[in-house]
Design a protein around this ligand. Structure first.
Ligand code: DC
Length: 221
């Protein structure tokens, strides 16, 4: 089998990694997997079933039969839950916090990681998430840790959500991002962490093209 290219992009929410991952996947003509969407869909399932997103017993009762599918339609990832396209629904603010909570459960992470490794196994791809370089694909060819200050990340998320028509309070949004940062980096199993061999990029004062060019310059080397 031909050698495949694997790229891991990790970092906290709002760091711009999904935008960069999409650009890389286009430029390099490789698959893009947004792993956060998978945790978000799992959280949506729990919300629908009225299962507490911290309740490992409750979540483990549905996780193995979770009907979650990742499809690629017109070149973009679509997330299906129980046959329904939930790609927009999973972006709603209450799903964001629920996803951060549910992602701390080991039964959820084991299931998601198994699916992610399977999708990534036979194809060149770029995955974005929290634990891609440190846990999901420790042998990735390139690993990047993309971050930005909380203020800048909150501003980006605020813009994105208001453009989508959500009514959001900036201070509340910033607090939620801080809370998610804390949750994501303090969970016991596969937390958000910079892999030792990941390249660190602070995007606070960079635009998307600047970051993409910086990342591409490493890949072309
Ligand atoms: O990237 P995102 O904001 O869409 O991710 C939503 C949540 O999912 C995030 O708060 C933490 C969790 N997540 C994770 O734990 N591991 C990943 N690889 C991706 C996301």
């Amino acid at each position: 089998m031909a050698k495949t290219l694997k790229i891991a992009l990790d970092g906290p929410s709002g760091s711009g990694k999904s935008t960069i991952a999409k650009k890389l996947s286009k430029e390099l003509d490789i698959l893009y997997l947004d792993t956060g969407a998978m945790y978000r869909a799992t959280a949506l399932k729990a919300l629908k079933l009225n299962v507490d997103t911290f309740d490992e017993k409750g979540v483990s009762s549905f996780i193995n039969d979770l009907n979650l599918e990742i499809k690629y339609e017109n070149g973009s990832q679509q997330t299906y839950l129980d046959g329904e396209n939930v790609s927009d629904k999973i972006r709603e603010p209450q799903v964001s916090m629920a996803a951060s909570n549910i992602s701390s459960l080991k039964c959820v992470r084991l299931k998601m990681v198994e699916m992610q490794r399977k999708i990534a196994s036979s194809t060149s791809c770029v995955l974005d998430g929290r634990d891609i370089g440190s846990y999901v694909l420790p042998d990735a060819d390139y690993k990047f840790y993309i971050t930005a200050s909380v203020e800048v990340r909150a501003q980006r998320r605020f813009k994105e959500l208001t453009e989508k028509g959500f009514n959001v309070d900036f201070e509340k949004l910033k607090q939620e991002i801080e809370q998610r940062d804390y949750n994501d980096s303090h969970r016991d199993f596969a937390p958000l962490v910079k892999a030792e061999d990941a390249i660190f990029i602070d995007t606070s004062n960079m635009d998307i093209d600047g970051v993409t060019n910086a990342v591409m310059s490493y890949i072309k080397k």
